[in-house]
Design a protein around this ligand. Structure first.
Ligand code: ATP
Length: 354
């Protein structure tokens, strides 16, 4: 079922947590709401769920006004960061809960509930642990119970708020893969909140990048990473070097010294260029002006990273470890920016590739 969010505004006192947000989520999509703390992700998710009422705007579920419906009647499954399982109930009863509390007229027969719960427990690979209590489970297992519980009511929409936030890196990765698999198998329209770019890029069909109660960009993981609409998106989606510069005669030049960094088609004026660490190349220093000084070289797993002082700007450089960085701290190097995005000061929303 598709979800249409139109001009949603939410205020808490004088503070505007969401500022006229528009978003269309297609049926069966897996969408990530990505942004820093306080950007409004959770508030938007809670409005979709009906746990929060907006001050303005509309939410449509399959073309119907969802705001008029009680949260209970929206058929939304919700998974929180902290499992929020019932401690005094077994895994089986936790999953069955949503069905068991339905009014008698809508409650399935006991055997139907049992079949459904067992099926879900098999799906989340917890069928062997059905009689355990939450305290007897690992964090990853509890979160899988929470998911099974959310799915038990056959939701039309699945909402997940930092579902793996409290888990360690390895379990997180495993559960991500598993959630994607589950989503593809069931095809439920799903929205999850995260502040982890890697999680959003790896898992989602589309990523909604939020900042200060607004949407900065909506796109596929490839689009938001490769064609960021704003400097914020560029910066938030990966390591970024920020270099103050000016555009002059088709060249990007360092603001401080006027060294040419690369060609660009934009108009003359001050600008900021963003460059990813792996888009910088270091070569043995020649006679040209584009030299920097290596400050530090260190290895992080598959990458060798270097910090290079380049005319007063500290650049982060990354190359695959098997290329071996033939430079050491103190070396003079020629800095080549292979690719970057130039944000003109007067038109920051119209970046130009360099
Ligand atoms: P996080 O990743 O930290 O959860 P978020 O992007 O999900 O952040 P929200 O929880 O949506 O952000 O909050 C957005 C803003 O609204 C924050 O500044 C927060 O302090 C404020 N806010 C949220 N709920 C309330 C509330 N009930 N009362 C007052 N302010 C609130």
């Amino acid at each position: 079922m598709n979800i249409d969010i139109q001009a949603i505004t939410k205020r808490f006192g004088a503070y505007t947590a969401l500022n006229s947000v528009d978003l269309r989520i297609g049926s069966g999509e897996l969408v990530a709401l990505l942004g820093p703390s306080g950007s409004g992700k959770t508030t938007l998710l809670r409005i979709i769920a009906g746990l929060e009422t907006p001050d303005g705007g509309t939410v449509l579920f399959g073309g119907e006004d969802a705001l008029q419906r009680h949260p209970r009647d929206r058929q939304v499954g919700f998974v929180f960061q902290h499992y929020a399982l019932f401690r005094h109930m077994t895994v089986f009863d936790n999953v069955a809960f949503g069905l068991q509390v339905r009014p008698r007229s809508q409650r399935p027969a006991k055997s139907v509930i049992a079949d459904r719960v067992n099926e879900l427990l098999r799906l989340v690979q917890l069928d062997k642990l059905a009689t355990r209590y939450p305290s007897q489970l690992s964090g990853g297992q509890r979160q899988r119970v929470a998911l099974a519980r959310a799915l038990a009511i056959e939701p039309r929409v699945l909402l997940l708020d930092e579902p793996f936030g409290a888990l360690d890196a390895k379990v997180r990765k495993e559960l991500r893969r598993w959630l994607r698999h589950l989503h593809d198998a069931m095809g439920i329209t799903s929205v999850f909140v995260t502040h982890d770019q890697e999680e959003a890029l790896e898992l989602a069909d589309r990523v909604v990048v939020m900042s200060q109660g607004r949407i900065e960009q909506v796109g596929t993981p490839t689009e938001v990473y490769r064609q960021p609409a704003t400097a914020f998106v560029y910066d938030f989606l990966g390591d970024a070097n920020r270099i103050e510069c000016r555009v002059e005669g088709g060249q990007v030049r360092l603001a401080s010294q006027g060294q040419p960094l690369g060609g660009v088609s934009g108009q003359a004026g001050p600008a900021v260029v963003y460059v990813r660490p792996h888009d910088i190349e270091l070569q043995p220093a020649g006679d040209d002006q584009a030299t920097g000084t290596v400050r530090r070289v260190y290895e992080v797993g598959p990458l060798v990273r270097a910090e290079v002082d380049y005319a007063g700007t500290l650049l982060e450089v990354a190359v695959p470890a098997d290329d071996r960085m033939p430079f050491r701290a103190g070396d003079r190097v020629r800095v080549v920016l292979r690719r970057g995005l130039v944000f003109p000061a007067d038109r920051p929303d119209r970046p130009e590739p360099m």
